[in-house]
Write a protein that binds this ligand. Structure first.
Ligand code: SF4
Ligand code: SF4
Length: 78
């Protein structure tokens, strides 16, 4: 499964701005709201999230905290 933006159809007003900035064709109008279609062409650029005037699109990130090399040395590469 690819990382894809999440659309809140309750907030979408169908303005189409997100479609105009998306280069992968993942976003399409369905009725009066936008739907997203999973595709590996989505580079997760977040342009659709940035341009949406209603906050209907979210591109969440998973934050992974890793030890620095120095911390690993101090801990003896446990
Ligand atoms: S920019 Fe936002 S409000 Fe406009 S169509 Fe896209 S998701 Fe809906
Ligand atoms: S993150 Fe970028 S490529 Fe992916 S759907 Fe949004 S605008 Fe399109």
């Amino acid at each position: 499964m690819f990382d894809m933006p999440i659309i809140d159809t309750e907030l979408c007003n169908g303005c189409g701005l997100c479609i105009s900035v998306c280069e992968c064709g993942a976003l399409v109008i369905s009725g009066s709201v936008v739907e997203i279609h999973e595709t590996d062409e989505c580079g997760y650029c977040t342009e659709c999230e940035a341009v949406c005037p209603t906050g209907a699109i979210q591109c969440p990130y998973e934050i992974i905290v890793e030890d620095t090399f120095e911390q690993s040395l101090e801990q003896g590469f446990e």
